[in-house]
Design a protein around this ligand. Sequence first.
Ligand code: PAN
Ligand code: ZN
Length: 206
Amino acid sequence: MHGYRSDKILDRVVPFAARLDPVGGTVTPQAPTQQRHLADLDGLFADETARAAGAAADNRLVYRVVAVPIPDERYEVPFSVTTIEPGDVGGELFMTKGHVHDTPEGEIYLGTTGTGLLLLHDGTRTSWVAMAPNVIGYIPPGWAHRSVNVGDEPYGFLAVYPGAAGHDYDTIAQEGIGARVTKSPGGFAVLDAEGHPVPAGDGPRP
Ligand code: PAN
Ligand code: ZN
């Protein structure tokens, strides 16, 4: 029995309800939207020449993140909706930058629209899970994660994570995430650095 806590640090956000609009890809109330266009994604795709040409031509929006106004602070549980547009750069499907959490906190994704893929890497092993509306993807502690739109319509998902997680983008930028996802006649292919298919994750192994 610990009783109630009155620490100031626990009083940053008062109780509230948020509303998810899965079609619009928003949550309300919301903080300023983050947008990532081709021009913001230098070095992300294998074909940097095609990325730069696309940025110079129409600079398409690749993805955006709409978050509720909950601070990224210890004890909070921020959440946001990411929408990745359909498309590709030189055959490599539109994706997020991807990151690993600074502290090895896990995370939960809930698919809301379209079809996507949650790509995971722990520095040695690479895995992925197929995402769709009402599918819950689990990101275990310590696994880097990136999302990819593998369909013809926007892929949206709700992400919920511990506020102390922190976001490290440099590790993936320098070392990759173990696989790339490309268009293929069957839909998409998840290939490692040697061009071998990476099998999908086969479920929880507690
Ligand atoms: C997500 C991601 C979001 C955008 O909310 O931050 O999908 O991807 P990048 O952060 O890799 O650009 C999440 O995993 N938060 O921890
Ligand atoms: Zn994350």
